[in-house]
Design a binder for this molecule. Structure first.
Ligand code: 0RA
Length: 697
């Protein structure tokens, strides 16, 4: 599969020399001769997926990561401190670095330049031998020749030995021999490639995605400047620079920027043992959740692995022994558990290892067993020193852990007693639930509706055979900050849990789910977005399985009704509204319609009027062209029939399935929206309220 190890062993003639982490150049002179020649590129174009995962958006972006990885390797080897990535206006991408430049000398066996060999032979690019150290790669460590094979064109420009060297390729084949085109004092490599439209289903780059990836690489490659330039629109060139002196410590500060921190100084260490480089930073915040990111060779190991295990073991052990030593934990006290030490913990663990083994379902788990004791001992040693040297931070950290331990015990007692009292036995369905008559779970749906008035419309408009309605009053409890005992004491959430039938926590049973579709239906305004987010947080934190198994949906009520005379249609997006206005206006006689029936007038009173022309229009809800646009601020503005037609009738309605596309990101959104710090939350909601309605968890 895509997962490839980035080591020299396979591609080297000289495998006897084991890789070493090198930060500085050594006397050894690399050249073209140490490349071992492997196969050509035909297999890559035949089965691109085998090399870059897929030919969709992800594969397209892997092309960039692959080229950038090569420059990152050069930086890791200590020869380069600046990498620039440019999206060009012709759809190509340039990646430049100020490293040594890819060697251009002739190879003994192939009789072509080293550059050409690297570009046209599979697996030849990894290594030039000896003490070079390649650490990035992994998921995309397939070699730059793969990028060449999958590019409509690629140009390599090398500054080396005082000369500028150039060679161009088309779909992996050299257009001509390598040429010297001038002289230069600098050294470095620039690769410009245009992904092949014959291969990829899309050629459109996602700026935000690239930005996030490059920022992450910058955190993981300290001291290297990354420039990211969006020059696709030549009139509006965007330029971002990332440079993090602090490495993963900067990353931790970045993650915690939206949280109140507990600990003043960020813990940081960077040490090498037995060829394994261990870089760790952490800082506790007032949050309840744990945010721990682990990386191996700059690949995000989402499933964790040996580095994470080593880190956790050492953290719990050292915090316990420190607490005992200082008498914070008395003899009668039980030890802090791992869970206690992780509440509110933000940490980044990044290791670099010559031969990573990636395991697990998504090949995102580090399997190297030797990593665990190394991370454990290096981290334990540095952590003990940190605690001794920073007693105030040590106190804050232990205090936070003790609080977590106490709260957990209290919550358990409270929850056990609630559960024992049978609060959730599910026999008594909540009074305000308008249940459906069918007991066929596969067909049944529950609409969770904001407020009693919308609840009333929904009850009247629904198909009572398979649609149940549960109106929720006011704001739902913010579960981000509440433990299970509090949740079970909250009437709105208790009703919901009983209605769902699954119970919660350790008692959760998905087989008991009473409705196949759980549909959140809230107003299309900021309050609605807030309630929706609260509910999503609740599902995300306590009913993750329901989301994973695709049971949770968000109803999409229309935003507008566009009307002309007796004719009307609904619009669910701004664009649809504009189209409808255009459609209705074009057939218009341009006469001013002043007559309105009573019902219209009443509705127009509480509706906004939108202009299609930008001119001011006199009179509420009227248009010069005779087209009226009514904005629905709330579900309550629709009568039961309209609500059924637009939002509840399975034939017409639009449901958005809630997915876990990017758990890390959604976590952050939840944190911002739900966490303790109010300022970023306000900012987020006010700047992004219109997107929140499309929030994916
Ligand atoms: C190995 C040896 C040498 C250069 C590189 C790798 C190299 C590869 C890439 C790919 C992108 N940018 C790069 N920069 C350098 C040459 C070693 C020497 O000069 O002796």
């Amino acid at each position: 599969m895509v997962q490839k190890k980035s080591t020299s062993a396979k591609v080297l003639a000289d495998t006897a020399t084991k890789d070493k982490i090198k930060k500085t150049s050594t006397a050894k002179k690399y050249g073209a001769d140490s490349i071992t020649v492997l196969e050509g590129l035909d297999p890559v174009r035949k089965r691109p997926g085998m090399y870059i995962g897929n030919t969709d958006k992800a594969g397209l972006h892997h092309m960039i990561w692959e080229v950038v990885d090569n420059s990152v390797d050069e930086a890791m080897a200590g020869f380069c401190n600046e990498i620039s990535i440019t999206l060009n206006s012709d759809g190509s991408v340039s990646v430049s670095d100020n490293g040594r430049g890819i060697p251009v000398e002739k190879h003994k066996v192939t009789k072509t330049s080293a550059l050409e060999t690297v570009m046209t032979k599979l697996h030849a690019g990894g290594k030039f031998g000896g003490d070079g150290y390649k650490v990035s790669g992994g998921l995309h460590g397939v070699g730059v020749s793969v990028v060449n094979a999958l590019s409509e064109f690629l140009e390599a420009e090398i500054h080396r030995d005082g000369k500028v060297w150039k060679q161009e390729y088309r779909r992996g084949k050299p257009k001509s021999k390598i040429k010297s085109t001038g002289s230069t004092k600098d050294t470095g490599t620039t690769i410009t490639f245009k992904a092949d439209h014959e291969i990829f289903t899309t050629l459109e780059f996602d700026w935000k995605y690239i930005l996030d990836h490059i920022r992450q690489q910058a955190y993981l490659t300290k001291g290297v400047r990354f420039n990211l330039i969006d020059a696709r629109d030549e009139k509006n060139i965007k330029n971002y620079n990332f440079y993090f002196e602090g490495g993963v410590a900067s990353y931790v500060r970045h993650i915690n920027r939206i949280h109140n921190t507990k600990q003043e100084k960020v813990f940081y260490m960077d040490k090498v043992e037995k060829d394994i480089q261990v870089e760790i930073a952490f800082q506790y915040s007032e949050e309840y959740n744990e945010t721990v990111l682990s990386f191996a060779n700059n690949i995000h190991t989402k499933e964790g692995g040996m580095h994470l295990v080593g880190f956790r073991t050492a953290l719990t052990r050292v915090l316990n022994s420190y607490s005992r030593e200082k008498g914070i934990l008395k003899e009668k006290d039980s030890n802090l558990t791992g869970e206690d030490t992780r509440e509110g913990l933000t940490a980044v663990i990044s290791i670099k290892i010559p031969e990573p083994q990636f395991e697990g379902q998504t090949k995102a788990k580090l399997g190297n067993a030797e990593v665990k004791p190394i991370v454990d001992s290096l981290f334990a040693e540095k952590l003990a020193i940190f605690l001794e040297e920073n007693p105030r931070d040590a106190e804050a950290i232990i205090g936070k852990c003790l609080l977590a331990a106490r709260a957990r015990k209290a919550a358990r007692v409270a929850r056990d007693s609630v559960l024992r009292k049978g609060a959730l036995d599910g026999l008594t369905l909540p009074g305000k639930l308008a249940d459906c008559s069918s007991r066929d779970r596969e067909r049944s749906e529950i609409y969770i509706v904001e407020g009693d008035s919308a609840g009333g419309s929904a009850k009247q408009g629904r198909n009572r055979e398979f649609q149940a309605i549960l109106p929720l009053r006011g704001k739902v409890l913010n579960v981000e900050r509440a433990r299970l005992d509090k949740i079970l004491a909250n009437n709105e959430l208790k009703s919901l849990i009983i209605a769902l039938g699954t119970n919660i926590g350790e008692q959760f049973k998905i087989e008991d789910l009473r409705y196949h579709n759980i549909i959140i239906m809230t107003d299309a305004d900021v309050d609605g977005a807030h309630i929706r987010t609260l509910l999503l947080t609740f599902f995300y934190r306590h009913f993750l399985d329901l989301i994973i198994q695709g049971h949770v949906y968000i109803a999409q009520p229309p935003l507008y009704q566009v009307r002309k005379g007796k004719q009307f249609e609904y619009a669910y997006t701004e664009e649809e509204k504009d189209q409808l206005v255009a459609k209705f206006s074009s057939g218009s006689d341009k006469s001013v319609t002043n007559k309105k029936d009573k019902k219209d007038k009443k509705q127009d009173k509480n509706s906004d009027v939108e202009e299609d022309s930008g001119e001011d229009v006199e009179g509420v809800g009227e248009k010069v062209s005779g087209v009226t646009v009514q904005r629905y601020k709330g579900l309550g503005e629709m009568n039961p029939q309209q609500l059924w037609d637009t939002t509840m009738n399975p034939e017409n309605r639009i449901l958005k399935q809630v997915t876990i596309e990017d758990a890390a990101k959604s976590d952050e959104i939840f944190d911002i929206l739900m966490g303790s710090d109010v300022a970023p939350r306000k900012k987020f909601i006010s700047t992004r309220a219109k997107y929140v309605k499309n929030l994916d968890v």
